[in-house]
Design a protein around this ligand. Structure first.
Ligand SMILES: [Ca+2]
Length: 195
């Protein structure tokens, strides 16, 4: 329950102190967000054919750069135009459109609190819904633990955790609420360290 409590605390602090707190305080996260600051993982879409931008991000990378990365995105999406994921640089060597095995080659992403890997834009109506999960690529030899991950230095593969703590449940939701599940590696000291 620690992570749930911590995120509740962050939500309250964000409301009183800042509207732009990054929602996942843990290092090496990978997830879907609805803003470039990685502050929104649940959104209400009330427009009709207004654009909704969706971003795949690495949050708080422990390495100095992102040379390569991989994940699978699982979506349930009823938007009229569900959009197509577009890489923010790099080359995807995997043929499946929802599996990403991407090398950034000579143009790695520098580390930042939120590193945008890919994005898309969706158009729908107020009854449209979407959920997103990020998980490991099936059969990956780079991340045999079944997690998504990235490479900051050749030979060092860094597994990523996901915001909700559960790769088999929605981690970002439109017109419904994704839930944060227990994650015992969260601590109050790391929450306080944010402020
Ligand atoms: Ca692919």
């Amino acid at each position: 329950m620690k992570k749930l409590l911590a995120l509740t605390a962050i939500a309250l602090l964000a409301f009183s102190v800042s509207a732009s707190a990054q929602v996942d305080p843990d290092p090496d996260g990978m997830g879907i967000y609805f803003d470039l600051g990685a502050t929104q993982f649940n959104v209400a879409y009330t427009g009709t054919f207004t654009p909704l931008n969706v971003y795949l991000m690495i949050t708080r990378p422990s390495g100095s750069q992102v040379l390569a990365w991989e994940c699978t995105i699982v979506e349930e999406n009823t938007f009229t135009v569900p959009g197509t994921w577009t890489l923010n640089g790099g080359l995807d060597v995997d043929n499946d459109p929802m599996d990403f095995v991407v090398g950034n080659g000579a143009d790695p992403h520098p580390a930042a609190p939120a590193v945008m890997l890919a994005s898309k834009t969706m158009f729908g109506t107020p009854v449209s819904t979407a959920t997103f999960r990020v998980k490991g690529v099936a059969g990956s030899v780079s991340f045999p633990g079944g997690t998504p991950g990235y490479v900051h230095t050749l030979g060092f593969n860094t597994p990523c955790q996901v915001l909700t703590g559960d790769m088999n449940a929605p981690q970002a939701c439109v017109n419904s609420n994704c839930m944060i599940v227990a994650n015992e590696d969260m601590s109050w000291s790391s929450v306080k360290a944010l402020y």
